[in-house]
Design a binder for this molecule. Sequence first.
Ligand code: CDP
Ligand code: CDP
Length: 231
Amino acid sequence: DLPPIIIAIDGHSSCGKSTVAKEIAQKLSYIYIDSGAMYRAVTLFALRNNIAGNEQVDKQKLIQSLPEIKIEFRFNPQNLRNETLLNGENVEEEIRQLPVSQHVSLVATIREVREAMVALQQQMGKNKGIVMDGRDIGTVVFPEAELKIFMTARPEVRAQRRYDELTAKGQQVAFDDILANVIERDRIDSSREVSPLKQAADALILDNSDITRQEQLDWVLQQVASLTGAA
Ligand code: CDP
Ligand code: CDP
């Protein structure tokens, strides 16, 4: 068998990183890790404990609370989904809701939070054979990753995809709120001091505004194949 590699997928919010990352992982029998879920779980902890709210975060309090926050992933064989656990509780649904989305980018600016998450992520990838998506995977978490992809799409397209997803689940959301959140998170993520969202020098760009899920999957698999001979 060919040696396993690390696949890093970074990019703007809601463009389809986790969708394609999951598909690739399944195809290659690799582990998939959603690094955004980790920042979201920390944010949920902060919201629940009044450390965050009203689009503000008490940084010092959150840093002090870090030792109390345990994040794990668990595969649920019943629905074949990955679940994010916060101190043992399945918070997979709750971390995707708008209150978390509205505070997560602020939480993700905190150096100490990032250091804790990056250490966990590097631990998870130590045997390679992993696909991880996020903002700083190819630049900071795994700068030596064999394949780096930087994904993007037009903001309106991304907001529409997120809107469709939430309304399909029966949630009452306004398209304009989602679009504003997508744009605001990109702004904070790209301009923060610690590990800002940026394209790694050796990343391949994938703009999927006008391509289907199948087309983007085929494109990524082609990149994997040309690296490893697999897929
Ligand atoms: O899926 P979506 O694009 O909505 O976002 P996500 O991947 O779940 O990430 C949520 C937020 O976490 C991002 O907007 C970033 O602020 C932060 N994040 C980060 O800073 N670094 C990562 N490696 C992953 C996420
Ligand atoms: O992980 P990220 O926030 O980048 O995006 P996601 O959670 O994978 O959500 C992307 C949404 O866009 C999903 O509902 C996909 O079905 C949809 N989509 C896609 O991923 N790729 C396309 N080419 C078209 C639609």
